[in-house]
Design a protein around this ligand. Structure first.
Ligand code: NDP
Length: 237
């Protein structure tokens, strides 16, 4: 029997990058998996076709859409909140609407999604939220707004772990360093600067992050909760 047989999973933001790798991993290991996307309909359809997962268009910037999508799933065993955006740049020049939009997706949505999921979540359920090593360390200018969204995930998982622990529901953050995706391509202009901070000087593959998520939502991690799991090639060491 595979690890996630008879488990129902929802991945928010699963059409591309790390989220798509998580959808592939959970589906491959037997979970009945649904994932959301906002704009990438073609990528979502291709991933659904490849994995057998179900794709739903649902904008994580819209609280009502997020809570409805989660509630419509019924009792979940696994919720992964991966949807995120990156707004970088001089805070004196940044568009405040873009910053607030990022806060909607990166902060408000994980909170409301996790709370909504917990209403009906099965005993022993698993909630994982994608943070970032930038929640701990910001070694260059221009990252203040993004980093605040990822630091917020640290308080969120610690607090919700306390709220839901009685039902053996675990709540954890995964904090990647640089990962090769559309958001942060391995051949992008920041690569040398980022690698200079790392002990292992390469971007991670999305599948490596999915492996950590799979452990945290799997049967061996029932006592792991309220914790930050950094996977960053030593970026924050
Ligand atoms: P990508 O930009 O490659 O992919 C983002 C995914 O999130 C897409 O599937 C996208 O769907 C979805 N998404 C974005 N906005 C929304 C929205 N409003 N509603 C629904 N889905 C949405 O990012 P990554 O894979 O690199 O990042 C995934 C997560 O990991 C993010 O939370 C990010 O902050 C975090 N992270 C990434 C790092 C990296 O180096 N790549 C490092 C540390 C953390 P669609 O295309 O359909 O909009």
């Amino acid at each position: 029997m595979s690890s996630f047989e008879n488990k129902k999973a929802l991945v928010l933001g699963g059409s591309r990058g790390i989220g798509a790798a998580i959808v592939e991993r959970l589906s491959r290991d037997g979970a009945e998996t649904t994932f959301t996307y906002a704009g990438s309909a073609e990528a979502a359809a291709a991933l659904a076709e490849k994995t057998g997962a179900t794709a739903i268009q649902s904008d994580s910037a819209d609280r009502g859409a997020v809570t409805k999508t989660v509630a419509d799933q019924g009792p979940l065993d696994i919720l992964v909140v991966n949807a995120g955006v990156l707004v970088m740049g001089d805070p004196l020049e940044s568009d405040p609407d873009a910053v607030d939009h990022m806060i909607d997706i990166n902060v408000r949505s994980p909170y409301h999604a996790a709370v909504e999921a917990a209403r009906k979540m099965n005993e022993g359920g698993r909630i994982v939220i994608l943070g970032s090593v930038n929640g701990d360390r910001v070694p260059f200018p221009g990252g203040a707004a993004y980093s605040l969204t990822k630091s917020a995930m640290q308080g969120l998982v610690r607090g919700l772990a306390r709220d839901f622990g009685e039902r053996s529901i675990t709540v954890n953050a995964v904090q990647p360093g640089p990962v090769d995706t559309d958001m942060n391509p391995a051949d992008g202009p920041m690569k040398d600067a980022m690698h200079s901070f790392m002990a292992i000087k390469r971007h991670a593959r999305p599948s490596e992050i999915a492996g950590m998520v799979a452990y945290l939502v799997g049967p061996e991690a029932g006592i792991v909760t309220g914790a930050l799991h950094t996977i960053d090639g030593g970026f924050g060491a």
